[in-house]
Structures are given as C-alpha cells and as structure tokens.
Write a protein that binds this ligand. Structure first.
Ligand code: RB5
Length: 148
C-alpha cells in the first residue's frame, strides 16, 4: 500500500482509534491522524469531512473513520464527492467493501465492536483490493449520479 492511511474519530470512537493507531505503530503501517486527540466532545461531521476530503483529493489511498456507532461518520463522509464510505462490523463485509464497492473509507463503531474484531476488520480491509470488472460499471452509475 502506497501512502498513509487517514485516521479520524470523534470522542465516541477515540479509544478504538487509539488502539488502531498503536497497532499501526507496531506493524509500521504509515498513517496520518486527523483527530480527535482526547475524549472531549467534538462533532463527527467536522472530522468526517476533513478525512473525506483528504481521501477524495488522493492525499491518502484509504481512510478509517470511527464514531460511537459509525453511523454519523458514514452518513457525513458519504456526502463528500468521490467517497464511498462503508460502515462495517464483520470481516466478510470488510473484504467485500474493497473487492466489490472499491470503498475508500472504512467506518467502524467504537461503542459497537470489540477491539480484537475491529483490528481484524481493519487488517482485512487494508489487504483486500478492488476486483473491477462488472463492479466498475455499478460504481460509475454512482459517480455519474454525483455529477447531476
Ligand atoms: C456521540 O455521542 C455519538 O453520537 C457519535 O459518536 C456517533 O455515534 C454518531 O453517529
């Protein structure tokens, strides 16, 4: 994987973001942390847009966003043109999100997932690749709609 993974959370996802960040440090995965940086309350759209725009501008190949449920982050990130954010809670969906949907942002619920499962989901998402083919035409229908 070329480039740094963009990481972001609100306070509800902060602890899981820290666990992912530490795991990246141990495994020498390059990342850039867009906050938040403590448990103080912040608004998830601010972080979602920051990470979403940086991924859409190709500053990062992929991003990871975490809030309490993952729902707010996924709704907000998907408002950024070019972002295909996938809220995922299992490894099969993490793989499919990359292989079929070419998802460029993985979204997790920090208050939903255990840390072990969340780290496995991250690992699966980062290792999987878009398979193209018939899926490309489906994604084009989505990007065409964004341009309307
Ligand atoms: C914050 O309390 C919580 O609403 C947020 O983390 C997220 O779950 C929103 O979807």
């Amino acid at each position: 994987m070329q480039g740094k993974i963009a990481l972001g959370s609100d306070h509800g996802g902060f602890e899981l973001k820290e666990a992912i960040r530490k795991n990246f440090e141990e495994k020498k995965v390059a990342y850039e942390d867009y906050g938040c940086f403590n448990l103080e309350s912040v608004d998830y759209p601010d972080i979602a847009f920051r990470v979403g725009e940086s991924v859409a501008e190709k500053k990062h190949p992929l991003g990871i966003l975490i809030c309490g449920t993952g729902i707010g982050m996924s709704i907000a990130a998907n408002k950024v043109t070019g972002i295909r954010a996938a809220l995922v809670a299992d490894c099969y969906s993490a793989k499919m999100a990359r292989e079929h949907n070419d998802s460029n942002i993985l979204v997790l619920g920090g208050r939903v997932l255990g840390q072990g499962l969340a780290l496995d989901i991250v690992d699966t998402f980062l290792k999987a690749e878009f398979t193209g083919g018939r899926h490309s035409g489906r994604l084009k229908k989505i990007s065409d709609r964004e341009r309307c």
